[in-house]
Design a protein around this ligand. Structure first.
Ligand SMILES: Cc1cc2nc3c(=O)[nH]c(=O)nc-3n(C[C@H](O)[C@H](O)[C@H](O)COP(=O)(O)OP(=O)(O)OC[C@H]3O[C@@H](n4cnc5c(N)ncnc54)[C@H](O)[C@@H]3O)c2cc1C
Length: 442
């Protein structure tokens, strides 16, 4: 079938297999002599979960296998979505300890990309809440890996983009919460300096994220709304919120019914959207109790919103810059984006905390993420943005990537050589590959 990632680019004709248990997965592994890649819920933007010969759709591994009410540890198969965990465990007082900006990701995909959330500066990335994983490795054997057993396999698989093996199941820890409500503080930042000061002052806040208007220029460059959040305690809830403490009466997502023609998205419509969003945000400044969906997953409210970019699809640029280079690097990136005038209304700024990892994306500093509708000019624009990021010591998020080259990845991330070597020595390179791993020479 014709498959793509969330950005709908590239499209690839893939043989898709759908095993539902370990025996069937082993069978697919034995049959796929040319190699395979695992696929979760297809929310990575580019080609990391595409393999024309064999793409293993893991969504049939959808069982929750156990839960420890004392520690919050849940054992679940890799195809279980964070949305499923929230449905089951939020009414029992537990929430994912780390969550990306969509809840429609699988546990396998969250581990393979070592996803980060708005609390990275405090709680690290998804791998931090993973106790162990079961992985089908290159020799067709399922191995349990944790920080103490098969520690190398564990360390390379978390953030390894499916290139070390297929994750079958995992034990992850949820965080205790008293409600499904979030106590949000929305702060205005008229420029980048203020936004960064707000982030630095908010290091104690559990969650922080900035929406940044990429088209603002001059003294307004980096104009942002910074949102801080905490899980609301029971005592903070008013009568209305108490009545729906776990938010079980949620609305269903609306769907974008058609592919938008590409002329709908242009410099002027995006700019107007930015201005409206900013103005609307200004009306909501200060503190408010909001439901967790609105806080963590505003885009999930419109299912298939990726169709707004039209049939050609879109690409996301996401880099992280080290702390000491962040201000200068962000300024240069924002100037370039404003010049190009093609930036989306989806520009997110986050402060990341320190993280040691083999190949995961995060490092201490600032990450900027924004979408671009795909045009003829996109590769050149990405090339320019990547150059700026590399000049400032930055690196790129493979879960969002569809544009990077092997050469730029190597220049951006010196860990790449060790990753490639591990894949050669373990023979994983011959068994697990995706269009992305081929493009990037992994
Ligand atoms: C609206 C939106 C917002 C997002 N916000 C964030 C964010 O804030 N932070 C963030 O970090 N990411 C974010 N993402 C990216 C997303 O979290 C990651 O791409 C995640 O990996 C997607 O999970 P998935 O189950 O859809 O995996 P897929 O997209 O299907 O696969 C992604 C990678 O995981 C591998 N993989 C999947 N399942 C397995 C398995 N069982 N075993 C081995 N490897 C596997 C694949 O081979 C591939 O390399 C966002 C994506 C969207 C669409």
């Amino acid at each position: 079938m014709i498959l793509s990632g969330w950005g709908r680019f590239p499209l690839a004709d893939c043989q898709v297999r759908r095993p539902r248990d370990e025996a069937a997965l082993r069978g697919e592994f034995a049959a796929a002599g040319g190699g395979l890649i695992a696929r979760g819920n297809g929310r990575a933007y580019g080609d990391s979960a595409l393999n024309p010969q064999a793409t293993i759709d893991m969504r049939g591994f959808n069982r929750i296998l156990g839960f420890d009410t004392a520690s919050g540890q849940v054992i679940a198969e890799a195809g279980v979505l964070l949305a499923d965990l929230i449905d089951v465990f939020l009414p029992r007082g537990w929430f994912p300890a780390v969550t990306p900006g969509t809840k429609f990701v699988s546990i396998g995909g969250a581990i393979a990309a070592d996803v980060h959330g708005k609390n990275h500066h405090k709680h690290g990335s998804f791998g931090a809440c993973v106790d162990w994983i079961d992985v089908l490795t290159v020799d067709g054997v399922v191995q349990r890996a944790s920080r103490s057993d098969n520690a190398d396999l564990f360390a390379w698989t978390v953030g390894g983009m499916g290139l070390t093996g297929v994750i079958l199941r995992a034990a992850i820890r949820l965080a205790p919460v008293e409600s499904g409500w979030i106590s949000q503080t929305m702060l205005p930042a008229p420029n980048l300096d203020t936004a960064m000061t707000l982030f630095e002052q908010a290091q104690d806040a559990t969650y922080s994220v900035g929406w940044i208007d990429c088209l603002a220029t001059g003294r307004s460059t980096g104009r942002s709304l910074v949102m801080l959040g905490e899980h609301a305690e029971l005592a903070e809830l008013g009568p209305r919120e108490r009545e729906d403490r776990w938010l079980e009466r949620r609305k269903r997502a609306k769907t974008i019914p058609i592919d938008f023609p590409s002329f709908v998205l242009n410099r002027f419509s995006v700019r107007s959207f930015n201005l409206l969003y900013y103005a609307n945000g200004l009306r909501q400044l200060g503190n408010a109790l909001i439901d967790f969906d609105s806080f963590f997953y505003p885009l999930d409210a419109i299912s298939e919103w990726n169709r707004i970019y039209g049939k050609k699809g879109f690409a996301q640029f996401q880099c992280v810059l080290p702390l000491e280079e962040s201000r200068a690097g962000l300024r240069a990136l924002l100037a370039q984006i404003a010049r190009a005038g093609e930036g989306s209304f989806l520009a997110v700024l986050k402060r990341m905390g320190h993280q040691e990892s083999r190949f995961s994306f995060p490092m201490e500093g600032y990450t900027l993420a924004l979408d671009f509708p795909l045009r003829r000019t996109t590769p050149a624009l990405f090339g320019e943005l990547e150059r700026i990021a590399i000049d400032h010591g930055g690196r790129f998020y493979l879960a969002k990537d569809s544009q990077l080259t092997a050469e730029r990845l190597r220049r951006a991330d010196p860990r790449t050589e060790a990753f490639i070597q591990m894949r050669q020595v373990s023979r994983a390179a011959g068994r697990f590959h995706s269009l992305q791993s081929e493009r990037l020479g992994l």
